[in-house]
Design a protein around this ligand. Structure first.
Ligand SMILES: Nc1ncnc2c1ncn2[C@@H]1O[C@H](COP(=O)(O)OP(=O)(O)OP(=O)(O)O)[C@@H](O)[C@H]1O
Ligand SMILES: [Mg+2]
Length: 509
């Protein structure tokens, strides 16, 4: 018997101008949890797409063996038939179909040409139970949060008798609680003999559950570690990922905040559909010049809704309360008006609210700054190119050209493009929602440096973050929200993870 379920030999995958995979060699043991780590654009997702047939045989060089046999997949369907399942970085469910329809989509059997819906409705319940999702199978998927959608995808994999489960950054959009549950589920699968490959930038999670970790750098497989035997640490992993020691994850800020820049008084926001429900409830806070503020709190606390409502009422049916910038009351009615007023927002959801996937990197960066880049109403192409090139350099966006479509960038690099756009628009108040989601450890530090630079120039930053270490490492003050309300505020030197949790849950420390 072969001890490996998957063996990859000298894999090479090229896109125009990019060698995404460069002689990758990798072995995955039957029944293990194998993690792939590496910087944004290292080639992790591409590697998984080759394995699962998203990129068909013939579009790459090298060999892939699954259960000892060389694969010959022409599409994902072929690999699914053999027990491979991939859960992509960006979820791929059909939002307007129900859970059970999503579960069995594409592999329903018919009897005399008729689909037996009842049978599927019942069968889906057993799979939902296995992943611990307590929802009616007839629920429409778009009504579920990301965490639950993730579980539907996994249930879908189970329904196809998965033997090798590939998860591409499964916990990136989950909160701590949901993440812990998902990791437990992967461990449970291991007990049942299912092999998992997990791509993740969250190194603590990797070390918690993986048996083996392989580091990919610039399309090459750099090293594989046995987590227990090699006593693998985060520092060691980072060193191989970025090719150097990373001494400080949170760069020191030498400046301190000045006078009040923005003030929000008694701000209430009503639900976009249910006009009497308050999603943000009587919130007041202030932001000083040269300050980094963090907003923490559990999922659904109202942080994103608050920030979007301040950004030209991009969320909510209406708002009450007052918003002041530089002492003047403003009431922007659109995102554009907010930007013109000096308030910018970078969405947590880069796919639906941020990026235009079928446009170039250059256009995505300049889209909010046409006025600035124009003369007599015409956008100056040369200036547009210069600015885009500048951000490509500064944020190390990994791409052969700024004319590349945003769609072709790796997840983390898409995030950098969205950030660049708002940087170029140059607002006084820079609101970033989960700015480092899906971003590798090295690039995170670069983003923190950029935020520090902004405040050094007298701008102000509001950061919504679910990563408490990030909030603690970067913020001058931390507001804690829950249930649409601000539950308390902590100064930098008094804030701890425990106090943030206590404030969120009990409203007091
Ligand atoms: N369809 C495509 N066309 C052109 N280039 C591509 C395409 N898909 C990926 N690439 C490039 O291949 C390289 C590897 O990308 P990949 O998505 O595999 O990275 P990754 O390791 O998953 O990164 P991340 O952590 O940001 O998700 C990147 O330089 C990316 O821009
Ligand atoms: Mg990826």
């Amino acid at each position: 018997m072969n001890e490996y379920i998957l063996e990859i030999e000298n894999l090479v995958k090229e896109f125009p101008g990019v060698r995404a995979l460069d002689q990758v060699t990798l072995k995955i043991k039957k029944g293990e949890i194998h993690s792939l780590c590496g910087e944004n654009g290292a080639g992790k997702s591409t590697l998984m797409s080759v394995i699962s047939g998203v990129y068909p045989k013939g579009s790459y060089e090298g060999k892939v063996f699954y259960k000892g046999k060389e694969t010959n997949y022409h599409s994902v369907k072929d690999s699914e038939k053999e027990g491979l399942a991939i859960i992509h970085q960006e979820l791929a469910l059909s939002p307007y179909l129900s859970i059970y329809e999503n579960l069995f989509l594409g592999h329903m059997k018919t009897k005399l040409g008729i689909i037996k819906w009842d049978t599927y409705l019942k069968a889906s319940q057993t799979y939902l139970d296995q992943v611990g999702l307590k929802e009616n199978p007839a629920t429409i998927v778009s009504k579920l949060g990301v965490g639950k959608q993730q579980l539907v995808e996994i249930a879908r994999a189970l329904s196809k008798n998965v033997e090798l489960l590939i998860l591409d950054e499964p916990t990136a959009s989950l909160n701590d609680d949901e993440s812990a549950k998902l990791l437990d589920l992967i461990l449970e699968f291991k007990r049942r003999g299912i092999t998992s490959v997990m791509i993740s930038h969250k190194l603590n999670e990797v070390l918690k559950i993986a048996d083996t970790v392989t580091v990919i750098r610039d399309g090459k497989s750099i090293a594989s570690f046995d987590v227990k035997k090699d006593n693998l640490t985060e520092e060691r992993l980072i060193k191989d990922m970025v090719g150097r020691d990373l001494t400080r994850r949170f760069p020191v800020r030498k400046t301190s905040p000045g006078e009040t820049m923005m003030e929000v008084k008694n701000w209430t926001v009503y639900h976009p559909e249910y006009h009497t429900i308050k999603v943000v409830d009587n919130v007041s806070f202030y932001l000083r010049k040269g300050e980094v503020l963090a907003f923490c709190g559990p999922m659904g606390a109202g942080r994103t809704e608050l920030m979007m409502s301040l950004y030209g009422l991009s969320y909510g049916s209406r708002s009450e309360g007052e918003l002041y910038l530089h002492g003047n009351r403003i009431a922007p009615r659109s995102a554009k008006a907010a930007l013109d007023n000096g308030v910018g927002y970078v969405s947590e959801d880069r796919k639906t609210l941020g990026l235009v996937l079928i446009q170039s990197i250059k256009n995505n960066i300049s889209i909010s700054s046409f006025q600035k880049l124009s003369k007599f109403g015409v956008v100056l192409n040369r200036q547009e190119i210069e600015e885009a090139e500048k951000y490509r350099r500064d944020l190390r966006i990994k791409t052969p050209s700024i004319n590349q479509l945003a769609r072709n960038l790796s997840g983390g690099n898409q995030q950098k493009v969205v950030l660049s756009r708002t940087l170029l628009a140059d607002p006084d108040v820079f609101i970033v929602d989960e700015p480092t989601r899906g971003i590798d450890v090295g690039a995170k530090t670069e983003i923190y440096e950029i935020l520090n630079e902004l405040v050094a120039q007298g701008k102000s930053v509001i950061m919504v973050s679910s990563e408490l270490p990030e909030a603690l490492g970067m913020a001058d003050r931390i507001y804690v929200m829950n249930e649409g309300k601000i539950k308390g505020m902590l100064m930098r030197d008094e804030a701890t993870q425990e106090k943030i949790m206590q404030l969120a849950l009990l409203g007091t420390v």
